[in-house]
Structures are given as C-alpha cells and as structure tokens.
Design a binder for this molecule. Structure first.
Ligand SMILES: Cc1ncc(COP(=O)(O)O)c(C=O)c1O
Length: 493
C-alpha cells in the first residue's frame, strides 16, 4: 500500500474543528463586547504596516491555528468596527451574526451560482431571497432580479438593462458610436456618484446626465424634470431613463416616485429607483405612502448590506420584467452546457455581469428568516426614532444647528456661541470648523460620523443602520460632538 499523499491545503477533521471552534468562540466574544472597544484605533497606514510586518511570501506553509490566531488579533485590535453602537458613518450597517455563520456555510459548500447545474439548491435559495426582498418592500414577487456586490453594481446592472431596452436594437452589434440616438438620463443633483461611472462605462457620457435641481425638501423638482425632457426631445436627444432616489445618499430624501413614474409613462422612459439605502423602510406601515409608485418602477436597486444589516457584500437589482436582464446579459458560448431543450434552467450568469458567482444569497436568506418582517419593522423603525432623537437634541442644543432629518439620516453642525468676531460667524469659517471636527471625530475612536453638504453648509451626518445603537449612545454622541467642537474652535482661534 502506498503512503498517504500529503496535500498542503488539506486540514484533518480534528484540526478543522479545533481551529473552527477557536474562531467561533473568539467571534462570539467579539460580538458580545464590541461596544467596549474604540470604534477605531485611528492608526495610520505606516503604523499598521509595521504591526503587520513586511516579510516576503512564506516558502513553506504554517499551522492554520497560528494563522487564524494572528488574523483575529490583527483584526480585533486594529479595525474600524461598523458594528460598534457609535458607528453612524456613511451607510455601512452593523452586520447580522447569522450572516457570519451563513457565509461560513456558503463558502464551505462553495456553489458557483453562475449556472443552475453548478448550484441547484443555491440558485433556488437566491430566487427565493429575491422574491422575499420584493415582498418586503411591497413590489410584485413576480419581479426578477439578481444579487450583486452592492449599490453601485445594483445600479449599474439596472442601467445597462435600461440602455439595452431603450437604445436602438443595433447597438449590441454596432456599438454606441455607430448609432444616431443621443441618449440622455435624468436624475436629481442628490444622486450618488454611481451615475457618473455608469454614464461613462455604458457610453452615455457624463454630458448625457441631466442633473435636475432638488426642491427645498430634497426631492427632485418634477416641473424642471419634465421641462428638461421636452427640451431634449426638441433638440434631437433620446431621453432614456429617469432615476428616482428612495433615500438619497446625503440626506435620505425620497423623491416623488409616483410623479416620476407618471412622467416616465408619458414619455416612454425607463423608470429606475435607487433604493440602495432607503427601500427597506417601505416595510414600515406608516412610511408606505412615501414609497408610492415604487411598484411601477422598471428596476430598483436595494442593498441588503445597508439597511437589512447583511454583512458585506450584498446588493440586489430587482426588475419588473426579468426578460430585460436576459436581453442585456444572456450569452450562450459553445463551451457551456448550461441549457438544454427539456428544461429552462435559471442561470444567474444570464442576469448580470458576473460569470462565476459566490453564494451571497445565503446570508440574506438566513437573516430574512431569523429577523422576519416584524423584526425589520422594529429595527428599522428604531433606527429612524434614534435619528429623530439626534435631530431633536441638536435642535435643542445652543451650539448645534440641526439641518435635515429623513429616514435614519440626520445632518447637523457645530456653531460656536458667545462674543465672536464676525469672521467666526461666516459660513466659510463654520465649514472649515465642521470639517476639522469631523476629521477629529473620525480618528478619535469615540464616535464615527460622516459628512454631507447641505445648501453649501458642511454638516456632520449620522446615518443609523445599526441595530446596536441606543438612545444613550445618541445622547453621548451629542456630548462628544459638542466637547470636541469647542476644543477645535479654541484651537482655530
Ligand atoms: C443611494 C445610494 N446608492 C448607491 C450607493 C453605493 O452603494 P455601494 O457602496 O454598496 O456600492 C450608496 C452608498 O452609500 C447609496 O447610498
């Protein structure tokens, strides 16, 4: 009998269990005491590089136990924790613990969810996840869709489906330069930067974006939108799509989706909604009417890794008609035996950009069941109440100016009081002061906020997509903002 072959990557069952149990124990402790750590250590790149070391690639392997122990120490002691209760920055949520377990399982089985034949059950789970996401936000469960890496990709996926549907049919073969249609798209000035990338990736060009002004309440101005479409038609352009925001990235404002839908119908335009952040709030009964019109959209971006608390990465494109994705993305190379005459398998590579695809659906599917609709109503509702509390506390505080409050986003700024020279009361000074304050807070480790510019005012922005944040955290955050604001103001004088 030949001796057993030594395979460098293999772990014995005992070794896997030993390292796995260590890992699970350490993650359980990490989740249990996350609030006792700083939000971030604020260490610089060079500091982190010296901790990590500059060794070259190891020639021979080392024990998994040693590697995982080092990995946990490096990550627990030198990370920024978006799961910390005082992390209210950007739109990155505290992640569901069940999502971490689901990711472990999904990578253990490792289905390739590009083709049905390679991922029979995983494909069905992704389909069910998409149906449930549609149900959660009140759009038809017959919608099609695909899970992608995040909001940018969800919006890109929809954008190319829109272009395929609205550009001349010859475009697939002739390319954009060979057709005469000068395609243009419409969105409010509050739209996330993905739109500029999409415009140049997909041949519209950034000149083809018509930026429509917002009203004072942050919503797109529908009158200006319609005027722009009429003007473009007169000038020989081909209006292609309108993008509505369902929770814009800066202040969380929701456009009049019904109004946009009516305009899209009238001019035969694709109606896309960027609900990457805000769409899950449609689950709250009292907010349902703010999302009126969402069910009429041709496509919707919704990100489970934002307000459904999924671990990164999980975005989703929903489309009213699944064939619109097939039209844009399907291809049948000879080397794929993924379709046959007897069945019409659901191959996800035909619905989006990716070919080989991981099983990101499992963490979303698991959380949707662990939490349930009622659980999301409770958590999302609480996040909104906390954002409202932050706004109220800022409003009541003499040194804070509360600026905007929509969904779970509040913007505010520090405004010093007392006998101040005139130069310290102008907007330019206040903008510099608040920018310096944000930088200090972001590195300080007590709280992590981000920024927004509202009517030329540089603001601090708290976006609460965090199931660990409490009323007490919000009160303490306000105290931290004010005490750091005073300190910075003193330093700037
Ligand atoms: C409204 C909106 N759209 C798109 C994005 C981009 O999402 P991602 O960072 O997941 O690509 C964001 C990110 O915050 C967003 O708020």
């Amino acid at each position: 009998m030949s001796a057993e072959r030594s395979i460098p990557v293999k772990m014995s069952k005992e070794e896997f269990k030993k390292v796995g149990y260590y890992l699970i124990d350490s993650i359980a402790d990490f989740f249990d005491n996350i609030e006792s750590r700083p939000v971030t250590t604020g260490e610089t790149g060079p500091q982190l590089q010296s901790i990590l070391g500059t060794d070259s690639l190891p020639a021979s392997g080392m024990a998994p136990e040693v590697i995982m122990k080092r990995a946990t120490e490096l990550l627990y002691n030198h990370s920024l924790f978006n799961g910390h209760p005082k992390f209210l920055g950007y739109i990155t949520s505290s992640a569901t613990p069940i999502g971490a377990l689901a990711d472990l399982l999904s990578t253990a089985v490792n289905p390739n969810v590009g083709a049905n034949i390679l991922s029979p059950m995983a494909t069905e789970i992704e389909k069910q996840t998409i149906r449930w996401l549609a149900e959660l936000i009140g759009v038809s469960p017959e919608s099609g869709g695909i899970l992608v890496s995040g909001g940018n990709m969800a919006n890109f996926t929809a954008f190319l489906a829109a272009r395929t549907a609205k550009a001349p049919k010859s475009t697939k073969v002739e390319g954009m330069s060979n057709n005469t249609a000068r395609l243009v798209v419409y969105c409010s000035t509050a739209t996330h930067a993905w739109i500029e990338k999409a415009a140049f990736f997909f041949g519209i060009g950034t000149k083809g974006i018509r930026w429509i002004a917002q009203q004072d309440n942050g919503k797109i101005n529908l009158e200006l939108l319609e005027q722009a479409i009429i003007q473009d038609l007169k000038n020989g352009y081909s209006p292609m799509m309108v993008i509505g925001n369902a929770g814009d990235v800066s202040t969380g404002a929701i456009d009049d989706l019904n109004g946009i839908g009516i305009i899209c119908k009238k001019y035969n335009l694709w109606f896309h909604i960027d609900g990457a952040y805000g769409a899950p709030a449609a689950v709250i009964p009292s907010l349902k009417s703010s999302f009126d019109g969402m069910a009429d959209a041709d496509s919707i971006a919704i990100d489970p890794h934002k307000w459904l608390y999924s671990p990164l990465e999980a975005g989703c494109t929903l489309v009213k008609d699944p064939n619109t994705l097939i039209d844009a993305y399907s291809a049948h190379p000879v080397y794929y035996n993924f379709s046959n005459a007897e069945s019409q398998p659901h191959n996800y590579y035909e619905y989006g950009f990716q070919n080989s695809r991981g099983f990101r659906a499992l963490k979303v599917w698991a959380a949707l069941q662990h939490v349930g609709r009622d659980g999301y109503v409770k958590m999302i509702g609480h996040n909104i109440e906390l954002a409202q509390l932050l706004f109220r506390l800022a409003n009541q505080h003499p040194e804070l100016e509360a600026m905007t409050q929509n969904l779970s986003i509040t913007t505010l700024r520090f405004v010093p009081v007392g006998e101040l020279p005139e130069i310290e009361t102008n907007n330019e000074f206040l903008n510099k002061l608040n920018e310096a304050l944000l930088n200090r807070l972001q590195r300080g480790g007590k709280v992590f906020l981000s920024n927004a510019v509202v009517r030329d005012k540089y603001c601090l922005r708290g976006c609460i997509v965090n199931f660990r944040t409490s009323e007490k955290d919000i009160e303490e955050i306000v105290e931290t903002i004010v005490s750091e604001g005073r300190r910075i103001h003193d330093e700037m004088r």
